[in-house]
Design a protein. Structure first.
Lengths: 285, 367, 277
């Protein structure tokens, strides 16, 4: 039986829940269903089949794209989180006043149009780009560097930039929550700065590190703008193929199967990271 | 002390409250009288706050009835009850000034503006905050917030003021001062106050009557003096003040006296009038005696009715008082004895053998 | 505190922090530089100062349509997602109900779902329902991804609302509606304004969902995407980006100011991370 309070709570949340059910749950179910159908030119064949998955997992091009997406996403995640940690640490432990200002400054670039940000990286990294012009101007190189743009490196760099604030914030929050007297206690018990960092700070910050890892990893797999603008042919990722299947190729069922396959892979990697983080972080919530 | 007037203002009958499988209140019956300062006293989780919130209308009893000023409160929501509450957190509206806080309920009643201003000013004066009406809520100190909360309740001229641990957030000095002020204000206004507290000292100093609650039941409802002198059971006795418990047995009854055998103190005879009503003396297993009812006899002390011998095992110095731990023969635990530190009286060092004086009339019997 | 300072050498950390900020701001700094640069090619060295690219914006009819569309989509999405977010945040802060954690995580799911998945899933559903793609379908998608942000912002506003304040209001004779109007609303108002501003900004910048779900009428980011292919259009795109960035930053400062005011009103120390913590 529902008491008054429980009923009121459910009534109040029902509009939001209903919206999510209709426009999130239903579409997701739809995509899953789609992935078991097939496209015959303009007709949609609704007999259930695993053909799309067979194609997605066996055709070399899809396999290559899936593996490459995964590799790039993992590299992006490691790079982004590794670069973000010292910043979060600096903010939490060394910035005394103006913490909010720093956080604000970190989030400002994130509010520039995403498209333009990616495009501007192209401007920076291009053959006649900012970096090459500057380096030749200073006489450090004679010929413009060509390995900067249109490859996986450019994709990694651009994505690491795009997701920086999302990686910094969770780690910062976790570090802020650490009771500073714990660090003094560790020192009091004979730990040096390095030992203390690895025995106290890092394990206690682990929930934040795991959160930022997942926050970066999951969405980067689904990005198709960055690969398309700065990735060249070597930098294309699975999301580009999904976009093509839903667009020009007009094969939505195959696109759905590709989308679900990549989500399944990401979900299982996320689960592994989550539980590994839990073990390393100990009983910290 | 004001004698409670006989006119009931609140009648609580057979009140129970279940939260799922947990029974927070297990049948509360009590009558609270007009103009009385009534306290609900008990450890946390005893149901006292639930009971208060029920009277205010924030909780509904699972069973039983609440009658306020002759009207059954079943189905009457909190905003239509003749009660007003001072919240533990004070619940001062942070976006309103002091005057707007106090006038909040009057505005709801659609009282004319000029009248509200007058009433608010009067009520603020009553709690010594005259002229502070324009202050913002966040500019107030803890004590001031408490006064605003009180003024906001009093300005509504309720039949009953409900106070939920109103002093618990204040420091000791301020708390002592507010206890006196609250009591004086209540006596001046003659309004019924119901106070919830876990602080026995607070309840004793302020109340006309106290209901001591344990685990959803009223264990004893009596005046502070009665509670202290004649606690009905060991739980009440140890919750209110300090009580020394000693094993005892009734060895017989003769011509209006009860023969009592107390291994730690000796054998005595007690007038049967001292036996609590309804107690079967066969079940009597211990007696209680307050620390101040035991005396360490110094040279030149006034002689007492009874004397036992004990050995001091420890002392704690409190400035005006010294608390002694004393081992009595045949009693494994130590008893606590409190002695006033009068001029020229030195503290007896641990290890000393001392005579301990006591009187039969200060003994409470327990089963 | 000195002992903590020894943890990692602050000097290196400061150096690192500055370098990191340069990395973060590198593309953003370029935006106004090229917007005011007197050359059609986006590359160094800069040739001279001009405002002609801004003038071009005034004369481009298609852009004006896209701006109008984006404003309509942004305002509608902001209002709807803030209402939905307020319901959820209030329910989560005030009530206990069955499967609360599950329901809340489900509603917050778009926050971690790749946008392309959300976009594709909505597209499939809309096609199956036979609904034509339009600005309305973009709004549907934007509300879905904005609501979690609205909840995150409003959560702190509603959670900071001491329940005894509402009880005090009832106790003083006020009705439910009166309590909402006189106590709850004034106290959460700054949070609501801040949520409206943030969700509007998100919708204004969102590309992927708009790209998949828009019909013949395009939003601003979709328009920009179409322009990126034409090198001649790039300088005016830079000018447009500069305007957008300025606008977003202003809105953000405004939102932050409202959020702090809300926290101060309730006597709470404003946390540096806001509702996203």
């Amino acid at each position: 039986m529902l008491t008054g309070e429980r009923r009121q709570g459910l009534v109040l949340i029902s509009p939001t829940l209903l919206y999510s059910l209709l426009l999130l749950a239903a579409p997701l179910v739809m995509v899953v269903t789609f992935s078991f159908w097939t496209q015959n030119y303009l007709e949609l064949d609704t007999t259930l089949t695993l053909d799309n998955y067979r194609e997605a997992w066996s055709k070399p091009i899809y396999r290559t794209l899936l593996l490459r997406s995964l590799k790039i996403s993992l590299i992006v995640t490691v790079v982004t989180v590794t670069l973000a940690f010292p910043i979060a640490y600096y903010l939490s432990f060394h910035v005394k006043h103006r913490k909010a200002l720093w956080l604000f400054l970190i989030t400002v670039p994130f509010w520039t149009s995403y498209l333009l940000r990616v495009f501007l990286w192209k401007v920076i990294l291009g053959y006649n780009g900012v970096l090459n012009t500057a380096l030749t101007g200073m006489g450090i190189i004679d010929q413009p560097l060509t390995f900067l743009l249109y490859n996986a490196n450019a994709v990694v760099l651009t994505l690491a930039h795009a997701w920086a604030p999302f990686a910094i914030l969770p780690i910062f929050v976790a570090l802020e929550k650490i009771d500073r007297s714990l660090l003094e206690a560790a020192e009091d018990l004979g730990d040096g700065p390095v030992r203390r960092f690895f025995r106290i700070t890092l394990p206690l910050a682990m929930p934040g590190v795991v959160a930022s890892t997942l926050i970066v990893l999951i969405p980067t797999i689904g990005d198709f703008i960055t690969p398309k603008l700065v990735g060249g042919t070597d930098g294309l990722m699975i999301a580009n193929m999904i976009q093509i299947q839903f667009g020009k190729a007009n094969n939505a069922p195959l696109g759905a199967a590709l989308a679900i396959s990549s989500m399944l892979i990401v979900a299982s990697i996320s689960a592994v990271i989550f539980f590994a983080g839990k073990r390393f972080g100990g009983k910290v919530k | 002390m004001a004698t409670p007037s006989p006119k009931p203002i609140i009648d609580l009958t057979g009140i129970t409250k279940n939260f799922g499988s947990f029974q927070a209140l297990k049948g509360i019956d009590a009558t609270i009288y007009e103009g009385e300062f009534f306290s609900l006293l008990g450890p946390s989780g005893c149901g006292k706050t639930t009971l208060l919130r029920m009277i205010a209308g924030f909780e509904t009893p699972t069973d039983g009835s609440i009658v306020i000023a002759g009207q059954d409160m079943e189905g009457v929501p909190a905003n239509r009850r003749p009660t007003n509450m001072v919240f533990q957190s004070y619940a001062i509206f942070p976006h309103l000034s002091v005057a707007e806080n106090v006038g909040y309920g009057l505005k709801t009643r659609k009282m004319p503006k000029a009248e509200i201003t007058r009433e608010v000013e009067q009520s603020l004066k009553m709690v010594d905050l005259g002229g502070l009406g324009d202050r913002a809520a966040h500019e107030l100190s803890g004590g001031q917030r408490q006064r605003v909360a009180l003024a906001r309740a009093l300005v509504m001229k309720p039949k009953v003021v409900l106070l939920d641990e109103p002093l618990s957030a204040l420091d000791k000095k301020l708390r002592d001062q507010m206890q006196v002020e609250l009591r004086q204000l209540q006596q001046k206004l003659g309004i019924t106050f119901i106070l919830v507290t876990h602080d026995q000292e607070e309840a004793l100093t302020m109340s006309d009557r106290i209901a001591v609650m344990f685990e959803g039941r009223i264990a004893q409802l009596a005046s502070p003096e009665e509670l202290y002198r004649r606690p009905v059971d060991k739980r009440v006795a140890s919750f209110i003040g300090v009580m020394n418990f000693l094993d005892a047995k009734a060895s017989g009854r003769m011509n209006g006296h009860l023969a009592l055998d107390i291994p730690a103190l000796g054998s005595i005879e007690l007038p049967t009038a001292q036996i609590p009503e309804g107690m079967d003396i066969q079940n009597l297993d211990s007696i209680g005696i307050r620390p101040e009812m035991l005396t360490i006899l110094f040279d030149g002390s006034e002689p007492t009715e009874q004397v036992a011998r004990g050995q001091v095992t420890g002392t704690a110095y409190y400035g005006d008082m010294t608390y002694y731990s004393v081992r009595l023969p045949g009693h494994t635990a130590d008893v606590t004895i409190s002695m006033r530190n009068t001029a020229g009286r030195s503290i007896v060092p641990p290890g000393s053998e001392v005579p301990v004086g006591w009187g039969a009339d200060s003994i409470v019997l327990f089963q | 505190m000195n002992s903590v300072r020894k943890g990692l050498s602050p000097k290196w950390l400061v150096f690192y922090a500055v370098a990191y900020m340069v990395f973060l701001y590198a593309p953003v700094i370029l935006l106004p530089m090229f917007a005011f640069n007197d050359a059609t090619i986006i590359s160094f060295p800069l040739t001279g100062f001009t405002t002609q690219w801004f003038d071009v914006l005034w004369k481009t009819e298609a852009l004006h349509g896209a701006v109008r569309n984006s404003l309509v989509v942004g305002v509608t999405s902001a209002v709807l997602s803030t209402i939905l977010g307020a319901c959820a945040a209030r329910a989560a802060a005030r009530y206990r109900f069955p499967a609360k954690r599950g329901i809340m995580s489900f509603i917050m799911l778009p926050l971690v779902l790749p946008e392309i998945i959300v976009a594709v899933a909505l597209l499939v559903l809309l096609i199956q329902l036979g609904m034509p793609l339009s600005l309305a379908t973009v709004v549907l998608g934007h509300v879905l991804i904005c609501t979690p942000f609205a909840i995150a912002i409003l959560n702190s506003a509603f959670q900071g609302l001491d329940q005894s304040l509402e009880e005090a209001s009832y106790d003083l004779g006020e009705s439910r509606w009166g309590t909402f109007r006189r106590v709850v609303l004034p106290l959460v108002m700054p949070g609501i304004v801040s949520s409206l501003l943030i969700t509007f900004t998100i919708s204004l910048d969102e590309f992927i969902i708009a790209f998949f779900l828009t019909g013949t009428e395009v939003t601003l980011p979709v328009y920009i995407w179409s322009q990126l292919r034409f090198p001649a259009k790039l300088p005016s795109v830079m000018a447009l980006g500069t305007i957008l960035l300025t606008l977003s930053v202003l809105l953000l400062i405004l939102a932050e100011w409202f959020r702090r005011r809300s926290a101060r009103k309730q006597g709470i120390e404003a946390s540096a991370t806001g509702g996203f913590a």
